[in-house]
Write a new protein. Structure first.
Length: 52
């Protein structure tokens, strides 16, 4: 793997863990999100990362 591939892989892994953590916290608090809301959050987060 090249360095850029590793960096992208690491960012994707961190994003996944972040989303899982947010989902777990939401479940504990009794909140629910539709799949469309989650997809939108993922899309926005990826757009923000692209601008860095």
């Amino acid at each position: 793997m090249e360095a850029t591939e590793i960096k992208k892989h690491d960012e994707a892994t961190l994003e996944l863990y972040s989303l899982l953590g947010q989902g777990y916290k939401a479940m504990q608090e009794g909140r629910e999100s539709s799949i469309d809301e989650v997809k939108e959050r993922i899309r926005k987060r990826r757009e923000q990362r692209a601008y860095r």
